[in-house]
Ligand binder design. Structure first.
Ligand SMILES: [Cu+2]
Length: 678
């Protein structure tokens, strides 16, 4: 890519056009080659091109383009990623290997919400518990890679505008030499409240008598406003070593969540990451990497925009009737090494992290705004070690296997009605896997894997406490379970991929047996909590991308997951239905036009224990077109072309108040984006 940038200015104009065209067309072919030949059948990726061309408002939403990924829809933004039906702490969502957790107990700010598109180069996904270099992640890993500055002066500017006055603007600038490089970026995102296919705003889903309805002055207020800034600076002390430090700050203001009973007043996120890496130290020591990171999120939510904040009640004396002030911090250290050992490569490491979580809830009805330790300043300490060995058995067969051990301690530092300060639990977990990739004929890769993955319960599942409002009011009491055990997943995967330079087809299936799966459930008529159950999950994905004659590209995907609560003999809650996409694209390298059909089947498998309801199937159409020329790109698109009024299955809260209305998906919306990269 860099090479082409330097060649172009020396070419005559005609050649330049030709070259640019061939370059851009080969970009799509490159993606096909990478997906077809460089990735194992259980891996997926998303490029920044695909992110930029979409109308997605954040990373969580743009990830739905990947087979096996869907999301929880809470409002205009901050969508929470679901991988093969696994969500929350069952999957690891990392940025440059850094562990980041949201502060909100209702997941208003999932990890993927806390960084901007403009920071990102690529997203890699490993389906199943095959990553041993991080603790947890029994359902898989989503690892976001941020941009690295190139040589010389570089940068990009992106301006996006779309339905409901959605603005996405960002700029980055970078400069690099052989000995040092740096990067600075800034992004701004804003939107008014989207309307669904029935021409109503997402804030109008509540009945006129619901205490959770939006006040008239908030119904058409902004949906969110987010400013992000980041920087990265690196020095290369020697030709084979690099020290890189990066810092990012994000300020999200006034984020509305029609899915929940409260809205976000602010999220303030700091992310700091330092890595030091030496490669090719000796014939034995190929790679050594040290990483130290720290991140914090401050989150405040309340019901100031809802009728509940000013209902006739002597108890309500503030501008809210309920508020949660939450803060989380994660810091960690990782040391990883790759050694040439015998005929293969040995990768190993030791890592530690500490995650602290504190959420204070204040409610009018609960002892007159007394501070309640909803999440009682609780910490998770985790120390782990892993080793994995990769052995090539004669070119057609690659065997990879490894082992990881973790010691974890969870401790509550405050007292609530569930636990007393000082309460702690200790856990020990072992993860392991064996993976075999074989290439019996050129172009065909077959993958088979067995794995064991574990994850410990988090602070919320162990120690959360939301007592009844008042003794006379029948209301859900939502609390943790301090006796929860770690979940252990035993999983088997089989995948096959066939690829040439012009197409690939990739299919994979998995089966998971989950001992002590942490399940949210109805404990009594007024009480919800968490329990360990025996669960199983299975499913699979099918994906294909084909380059045809006349610059046409065809792409299709299909994803399915099914979960079963074996202890109760019922379906698991919050599992997305069968879904797929099919698209056709004309792309001659300069100009493209694409039509995409999104399809989801009805979901009838629901958890009766949480009074889940079924969701109808739907089909929507998206179209887009664009031009890219000499670093400039323009994209215009319309999503949900036929203005369909529909719901995704993960569109209402089971957690903790089941009576909430469903949040419909956005109606027809147009978007426009302009980019310049140099
Ligand atoms: Cu919140």
């Amino acid at each position: 890519m860099k090479l082409i940038k330097f060649i172009i200015p020396t070419l005559p104009l005609g050649l330049l056009l030709l070259h640019q065209s061939a370059y851009a067309e080969s970009r799509l072919l490159d993606e096909i080659i990478i997906r077809g030949q460089k990735e194992s059948p259980q891996e997926e990726s998303l490029t920044i091109r695909e992110v930029r061309e979409s109308a997605a408002r954040d990373m969580g939403e743009s990830l739905k383009q990947i087979e096996g990924i869907s999301y929880v829809h809470k409002g205009a933004i901050a969508n929470d990623v679901v991988l093969r039906g696994f969500q929350k702490d069952n999957i690891n969502v990392l940025v440059d290997g850094v562990r980041l957790h949201g502060a909100c107990p209702s997941r208003m700010d999932p990890p993927s919400f806390h960084y901007d598109f403009a920071e990102i180069e690529q997203v890699n996904v490993i389906k199943g518990p095959y990553d041993l270099s991080n603790p947890g992640g029994l359902g898989g890993l989503i690892d976001v890679r941020t941009k690295k500055p190139g040589k010389g002066l570089g940068g990009d500017i992106n301006l996006g505008y779309g339905g409901w006055n959605a603005v996405k603007a960002s700029a980055t600038a970078s400069y690099g030499t052989d000995t040092y490089d740096g990067l600075l970026g800034y992004a701004y995102k804003y939107s008014e409240i989207p309307k669904s296919g029935d021409d109503k705003r997402l804030t109008e889903i509540y009945s006129v008598t619901s205490p959770n309805r939006y006040k008239s002055n908030a119904v058409d207020s902004k949906a969110y406003e987010i400013n992000s800034g980041w920087g990265k600076f690196a020095i290369n002390p020697t030709r084979n070593s690099r020290s890189e430090i990066s810092y990012a700050y994000q300020d999200a203001d006034h984020v509305l969540y029609p899915y929940l009973k409260m809205d976000g007043d602010y999220d303030k996120t700091h992310r700091l990451n330092w890595t030091y890496r030496i490669q090719n130290i000796s014939l034995l020591m190929q790679d050594l990497r040290l990483q130290v990171y720290q991140d914090t999120v401050d989150h405040l939510m309340d019901d100031r925009f809802r009728a509940s904040s000013s209902l006739q009640s002597a108890a309500i004396t503030r501008f809210y009737s309920m508020q949660t002030d939450a803060r989380t911090q994660v810091y960690g250290v990782k040391l990883n090494a790759t050694l040439a050992a015998g005929p293969g490569a040995l990768k190993g490491g030791i890592d530690y992290y500490n995650r602290n979580w504190n959420a204070v809830n204040r409610r009018a009805g609960y002892q007159a705004y007394k501070d309640l330790a909803m999440i009682p300043d609780a910490s998770i300490d985790n120390l782990g070690m892993f080793g994995e060995y990769e052995l090539s058995l004669g070119g057609q067969l690659i065997l990879k296997g490894g082992l990881r051990g973790d010691l974890t301690r969870a401790k509550a530092n405050k007292t609530n009605t569930l636990v007393t300060a000082g309460t702690n639990r200790e856990f020990a977990g072992v993860n392991a896997n064996l993976q075999l990739t074989s290439t019996p004929v050129k172009g065909l890769d077959i993958f088979a894997g067995i794995a064991r993955g574990t994850r410990t319960p988090d602070q919320q599942e162990l120690y959360l406490d939301v007592p009844v409002t008042a003794p006379s009011v029948a209301m859900n009491y939502w609390h943790g379970n301090k006796d929860l055990k770690s979940t252990v997943n035993h999983q088997a995967d089989i995948g096959a991929k066939y690829s040439t330079d012009r197409f690939y087809v990739n299919g994979s299936i998995f089966y998971s047996d989950l001992q002590d799966y942490i399940n949210f459930f109805q404990l009594s008529a007024t009480e919800k909590s968490y329990q360990n159950i025996h669960a199983t999950m299975w499913g699979g994905e099918l994906g294909s991308q084909v380059s045809l004659d006349y610059d046409l590209f065809l792409r299709g995907s299909l994803s399915y997951a099914e979960g079963r609560n074996e202890s109760a003999g019922s379906p698991l809650s919050e599992i997305p239905p069968l879904s797929g996409t099919v698209s056709i694209r004309y792309d001659d390298g300069t100009f493209f036009a694409e039509a995409l059909e999104n399809l989801a089947r009805a979901q009838g498998r629901v958890d009766p224990g949480l009074q889940e309801t079924t969701t109808a199937g739907w089909v929507t159409t998206d179209i887009k077109s664009g031009i890219s020329y000499h670093g400039f790109s323009v994209v215009v698109g319309i999503n949900n072309l036929f203005d369909k009024y529909y719901f995704s299955h993960l569109s209402y809260a089971r957690d903790p108040f089941v009576a909430g209305p469903k949040v419909p998906e956005n109606g027809r919306n147009m978007y426009f984006s302009l980019g310049y990269r140099f």
